[in-house]
Write a protein that binds this ligand. Structure first.
Ligand SMILES: Nc1ncnc2c1ncn2[C@@H]1O[C@H](COP(=O)(O)OP(=O)(O)OP(=O)(O)O)[C@@H](O)[C@H]1O
Length: 256
């Protein structure tokens, strides 16, 4: 096998995150291979969003390394760092669309920031991303306030995919959606993941989303990763949070 395929796309090594007296991550290690779809779970306040923010370069850990595509994101000059970050897409909780910009301009935003494409090309790329998330081209002229919760998620996903990332990070992708919309959004993520061959890391509290989307689960508890394995293997991990969590997972696995 080609060594590029076996190399982790993201490696977190001995990471500490400390806010004042609050130690959130302590000696945390996590490795994610290309092509995986992995969910990050843990109790409220255990540091999941903070870890995603380290991975996308928004914040820097107090100590330790975050390697993306084999490179230390936090020890690079701004230009190569930005180039590396362009290989990631992030879907934030609530979508985080720019409220004053239309759907079209929201999706075009990262493309325009690159300053590599003319407007005609940007137009084509935005329409392509809209179709990828199964939205009509005329939705492009709407403002975020004119969209339903499910549509906001789709537009935010289209924007996260604008630069054709290799790694997609999703923070609570189905939060705020009713079960029907949530299921449809999960199906959309799955089909995009398969058609684009992405690696996906997502945070969710929703066990239905987790069981439906994931290959692997990484459990954050006691300030570090206590399990990183397939869903069914969670049952073998002797940790109270994992055992408790696995009860909910097992019920859903039995239904599938
Ligand atoms: N910028 C910050 N300054 C100080 N403390 C912070 C900051 N960001 C996060 N924290 C703290 O870090 C801890 C982890 O927060 P984080 O949002 O990463 O948890 P989480 O696992 O995503 O939680 P939830 O599941 O409730 O969204 C919390 O105690 C939070 O208060």
């Amino acid at each position: 096998m080609n060594s590029q395929h076996t190399r982790p796309i993201c490696e977190i090594r001995k990471v500490w995150t400390v806010f004042g007296s609050n130690v959130v991550h302590q000696d945390l290690d996590l490795s994610i291979n290309a092509g995986e779809i992995i969910s990050l779970v843990g109790g409220s306040g255990s540091g999941k969003t903070t870890l995603l923010r380290h991975i996308v370069g928004l914040t820097r850990p107090t100590k330790g390394e975050v390697l993306l595509f084999g490179k230390n994101l936090h020890e690079m000059d701004r230009v190569p760092q930005q180039r590396l970050m362009n290989r990631l897409g992030m879907l934030f909780q609530q979508g985080a669309l720019f409220s004053a910009l239309t759907v079209f301009d929201n999706i075009a935003f990262p493309l325009r920031e690159l300053k590599q494409f003319d407007e005609a090309t940007i137009h084509q790329l935005v329409l392509h991303k809209l179709s990828l998330v199964e939205m009509e081209p005329d939705t492009g002229s709407r403002l975020p306030s004119q969209l339903s919760g499910g549509m906001i998620k789709r537009v935010a996903l289209a924007r996260a995919l604008a630069l054709e990332p290799e790694l997609l990070l999703l923070d609570e992708p189905t939060a705020g959606l009713d079960p029907d919309r949530s299921e449809k959004f999960v199906e959309l993520i799955k089909s995009i993941k398969h058609s684009l061959g992405l690696t996906v890391i997502f945070v969710t509290h929703d066990l239905d989303t987790l069981v439906s989307l994931t290959d692997k689960v990484a459990v954050l508890a006691d300030k570090h990763i206590v399990a990183n394995c397939g869903l069914r293997e969670l049952g073998n991990i002797d940790h109270p949070f994992v055992q408790n969590f696995f009860q909910g997972v097992r019920v859903r696995l039995e239904r599938t």
